[in-house]
Design a protein around this ligand. Structure first.
Ligand SMILES: *[C@@H]1O[C@H](CO)[C@@H](O)[C@H](O)[C@H]1NC(C)=O
Ligand SMILES: *[C@@H]1O[C@H](CO)[C@@H](O)[C@H](O)[C@H]1NC(C)=O
Ligand SMILES: *[C@@H]1O[C@H](CO)[C@@H](O)[C@H](O)[C@H]1NC(C)=O
Ligand SMILES: *[C@@H]1O[C@H](CO)[C@@H](O)[C@H](O)[C@H]1NC(C)=O
Ligand SMILES: *[C@@H]1O[C@H](CO)[C@@H](O)[C@H](O)[C@H]1NC(C)=O
Ligand SMILES: *[C@@H]1O[C@H](CO)[C@@H](O)[C@H](O)[C@H]1NC(C)=O
Ligand SMILES: *[C@@H]1O[C@H](CO)[C@@H](O)[C@H](O)[C@H]1NC(C)=O
Ligand SMILES: *[C@@H]1O[C@H](CO)[C@@H](O)[C@H](O)[C@H]1NC(C)=O
Ligand SMILES: [Zn+2]
Length: 459
């Protein structure tokens, strides 16, 4: 009887929640979206360090434990994937250092503003503007570049010395002064910076850097609250990649395998890109046997799962170091922490947290692909998706507006358990009636042993 009542209650709640959320869907005014990236925030920092403010943020919202990001697991490729939903081979920002064989142009983090590199894709801030809204950005990679003739409506020139608080303050000013600003993106260099210098295993330094990050999250919530934006806008906090410890004992020296006069170096570690000067075969043969912790690929043989082949600017030879190994020509260890490795390594994964009117409260998911964020953001803003490699269906259950199977599963399990227990009870009674000699305590014991669920509903 109790069970039946409980079931009715569950179904009723579910139905009323669903109808509430679909009401007036057609004339919904889409709330603005603020996307924040803390560079190099490795997913498992969440388990190893304490984040009181971030915890407050996602316990009233959504937490996705880790994101499978895109190869190469570097800053620019992954920030552009978050903003486009495309793998690096499809959006064209392939690495921190690029070379174009046709135009002979070069790209580096210090020289990144030529639209040439970015125009293969349409980032979400450009789409937002094409649909008649405005955008605001604080140093998110690409937002200050004339991509398809548009920078972000409001943007800041890159300057690492501008504090998190100033970046946030100016963004929220743009959002509050003009309610047609629907999309805002904020980039912050930590904990990447500290992770590179000291390595992610230096708990002293990481504790300090991550406390600062958490303080920034606390400041962000307070500042949005004071600006009247908190609870009204959707906020997503995520990152581009993780970080792994490197060591002077894990160096791979190219000079020991190939002569410098035989190739041009475009990028070095942990994923190297080489252009052979003459014949690629000899170079490739030497590199294939160079080091047990480095794989060499001719461009056409880069594994499918890396999605890193179909672009003119992927060089003829690609070298990939194993986790924690560093490729040098003949130098010493450049950094104690690094990223860029295979995107299936959990050390390379970031996390995602979200809070706002569109998101469920206290909802947790294990994983999505980082390219799935783009279709979610388009959905939140009510704009059509450009062609992309993500999938809204992977992430839609984070939203209150989506009918998701989880409640149905709960109902299913309850019904299932009910049927099993009823059957067991029935059989038990049947057996007892048939065999009056069996002692009652023994029979109870047997029933309990058979039934791990030990469901109190039976009583
Ligand atoms: C839904 O739309 C109707 C008609 O425009 C309006 O009267 C009503 O207040 C709206 N309901 C909600 C919950 O916004
Ligand atoms: C870019 O802007 C310039 C100047 O406003 C204009 O002449 C040109 O046609 C635009 N190009 C595209 C592709 O929209
Ligand atoms: C932030 O806004 C203030 C006030 O308008 C301005 O002086 C400052 O230059 C802005 N900061 C950046 C990095 O644009
Ligand atoms: C962390 O870095 C500090 C500063 O360089 C250094 O003194 C300390 O020994 C390092 N700790 C570990 C565990 O590496
Ligand atoms: C927002 O401010 C109000 C009033 O000061 C306070 O009660 C509330 O707890 C704040 N909310 C957050 C999330 O900081
Ligand atoms: C490959 O290795 C051999 C043997 O060490 C060396 O003689 C040759 O120059 C190397 N080839 C290239 C292209 O570096
Ligand atoms: C590499 O460095 C070592 C030590 O500094 C030096 O002895 C060696 O000659 C260098 N090799 C090349 C190919 O530059
Ligand atoms: C990723 O999406 C782009 C754009 O739709 C498409 O051209 C490309 O083939 C996709 N990549 C994969 C591996 O599906
Ligand atoms: Zn980064």
């Amino acid at each position: 009887m109790h069970l039946k009542a409980l079931l009715c209650l569950l179904v009723a709640c579910y139905e009323s929640a669903a109808s509430l959320n679909t009401e007036n869907a057609t004339q919904k005014d889409f709330p603005p979206l603020l996307l924040i990236s803390f560079d190099g925030f490795r997913a498992d920092y969440l388990k190893k360090y304490s984040f009181p403010n971030l915890q407050k943020f996602f316990s009233a919202g959504v937490l996705i434990d880790h994101l499978t990001n895109v190869f190469v697991t570097k800053t620019f490729p992954n920030h552009y994937s978050l903003a486009t939903g495309l793998y690096a081979e499809s959006h064209g920002i392939l690495a921190s250092h690029m070379f174009d064989p046709v135009t002979k142009k070069k790209f580096s983090l210090e020289d990144d503003t030529d639209p040439f590199w970015w125009n293969e894709a349409t980032p979400i801030w450009v789409s937002v503007q094409k649909w008649g809204y405005k955008s605001a950005a604080a140093m998110w990679p690409g937002t200050d570049v004339m991509i398809q003739n548009h920078t972000s409506t409001n943007f800041m020139k890159y300057d690492s010395k501008v504090s998190f608080r100033e970046r946030l303050g100016n963004i929220t000013t743009w959002m509050t002064e003009d309610n047609s600003v629907k999309f805002a993106a904020l980039y912050w260099e930590e904990p990447d910076h500290t992770g590179h210098i000291f390595g992610p295993e230096n708990t002293t330094e990481m504790t300090r850097a991550l406390k600062e990050v958490d303080d920034d999250v606390g400041f962000m919530m307070e500042h949005l609250n004071n600006s009247g934006l908190w609870g009204k806008i959707n906020v997503i906090i995520t990152s581009d990649h993780g970080m792994v410890q490197c060591s002077k004992d894990r160096l791979i020296k190219l000079d020991q395998c190939i002569s410098r006069s035989s190739y041009t170096l475009v990028d070095l570690t942990p994923v190297a890109a080489l252009v052979p000067i003459n014949d690629a075969t000899d170079l490739y043969k030497n590199l294939s046997n160079c080091h047990p912790h480095m794989k060499a690929y001719l461009k056409d043989a880069v594994p499918d799962k890396l999605h890193y082949r179909n672009n003119e600017r992927i060089q003829p030879i690609i070298l990939v170091a194993d986790e924690g190994w560093t490729i040098v020509q003949n130098g010493s260890l450049p950094r104690l922490g690094d990223h860029g490795y295979d995107n299936s390594l959990s050390s390379m994964h970031p996390f995602l947290a979200a809070n706002g009117p569109a998101f469920r409260k206290g909802y947790r998911m294990e994983t999505i692909n980082s390219v799935d964020l783009y279709p979610l953001m388009c959905h939140l803003l009510g704009i059509p998706e450009m062609p992309n490699n993500g999938s809204f269906s992977h992430i839609r259950c984070t939203l209150v507006s989506e009918k998701c199977t989880d409640l149905a599963v709960v109902v299913g399990i309850v019904i299932g358990v009910f049927i099993v227990l009823t059957t067991l009870t029935f059989l038990f009674r049947l057996m007892k009636n048939r065999d009056p000699s069996s002692s009652r305590p023994f029979a109870r014991l047997e029933l309990q042993e058979d039934d791990d669920d030990d469901d109190p509903l039976l009583e």
